[in-house]
Design a protein around this ligand. Structure first.
Ligand code: FAD
Length: 278
């Protein structure tokens, strides 16, 4: 009843899961798994290990009722290679422990992100923070990709020229763009990882960080499959309703009228139809 080894997690340790054009996620290490969550929860009740079905029900109960501390007993450490603009969103999650490549210490590699043609989109007209759903033509996408790549080539050539003149690395790097890849070791406990995944798998998050979050979820499924399934059931696949929306739901069930009108009604109906948090 001490050290938890999870065969599915052992099998993927150190394997690089590719993300975007040059990025990856790698599980460096893990501490605990579903078994640890159950042990930690049962220590408070003084009960021992039970059947898999009971363990699964316990984990689901804990997650559903936000009894979150047993999930903090599980810790995952990742090695991630991501563009700097993704890293800027990533580091907003303050409960992680991380170490990043130092551009003051190392010469940065000539590794830049260029979106795939199908990911090139126009600005969304109804979402100031997002992309339009309509596809652009192949020629347009190719021009955008070339424009981004040309800027990257120029920026790197100038960086390289400064490095060759022995300009301090901490200064030579300052014009490098956000599309440059960086790398970090990133460690998070499972409770906070689920919070991160809830936000970064959501359709409101930028496509590129969503791609990373999807791989992190896949790896998390290997480490703690029962907890990951509960996360997918209650957080990723669930939506919350306001008190007014709950009133409208009850009224729908009872066949009586409710007071939702205008935008709040539209949002409520869309939430019911799409199953998405709006
Ligand atoms: C789609 C999307 C769009 C966004 N757009 C913007 C934007 O335009 N501009 C912008 O600046 N940010 C933006 N953010 C970042 C966002 O505001 C949060 O900073 C980020 O999602 C991290 O969330 P968090 O603070 O809950 O997570 P974490 O930092 O991981 O914290 C987890 C939880 O721990 C608690 N916690 C952690 N640290 C503290 C603390 N010091 N004090 C109190 N409680 C703490 C909080 O309860 C928090 O919810 C965006 C995020 C998303 C997902």
């Amino acid at each position: 009843m001490a050290h938890c080894t999870v065969p599915e997690a052992e099998a993927i340790l150190d394997r690089e899961f590719p993300v975007l054009d040059k990025g990856f996620v790698r599980l460096v290490d893990y501490l605990g798994g579903d078994e640890r969550i159950v042990q930690a929860a049962r220590v408070s009740y003084g009960k021992g290990t039970k059947t898999l079905r009971e363990d699964s029900a316990l984990i689901d109960y804990l997650l559903r009722h936000r009894h979150t501390s047993p999930f903090e007993q599980v810790v995952l450490t990742f090695h991630i290679k991501m563009p700097i603009f993704v890293a800027r969103q990533w580091v907003r999650h303050r409960t992680a422990r991380l170490n990043e490549i130092s551009g003051r210490y190392s010469v940065m590699k000539d590794d830049f992100y260029v979106p795939a043609a199908e990911d090139v989109s126009l600005q969304s007209s109804d979402n100031k923070q997002g992309r339009a759903a309509e596809a652009v033509s192949g020629g347009f996408a190719s021009d955008v990709r070339e424009s981004l790549a040309a800027g990257q080539r120029t920026a790197y050539a100038e960086y390289n020229a400064l490095i060759e003149k022995d300009v301090a690395r901490e200064l030579a790097r300052i014009n490098l763009p956000l599309s440059l890849y960086t790398e970090m070791y990133w460690q998070m406990d499972l409770h906070n990882l689920f919070h991160f995944l809830g936000l970064r798998l959501d359709s409101h998050a930028q496509k590129e960080i969503r791609d990373y979050a999807a791989v992190i979820l896949e790896i998390t499924r290997a480490v703690a499959p029962l907890a990951a399934a509960s996360f997918e059931r209650h957080i990723k696949g669930g939506v919350t309703f306001s008190s007014e929306e709950m009133e409208a739901l009850r009224a729908l069930l009872d066949g009586t009228g409710h007071s939702l009108t205008g935008k709040p009604l539209e949002r409520f109906e869309e939430k019911l139809r799409s199953g998405k948090q709006l």
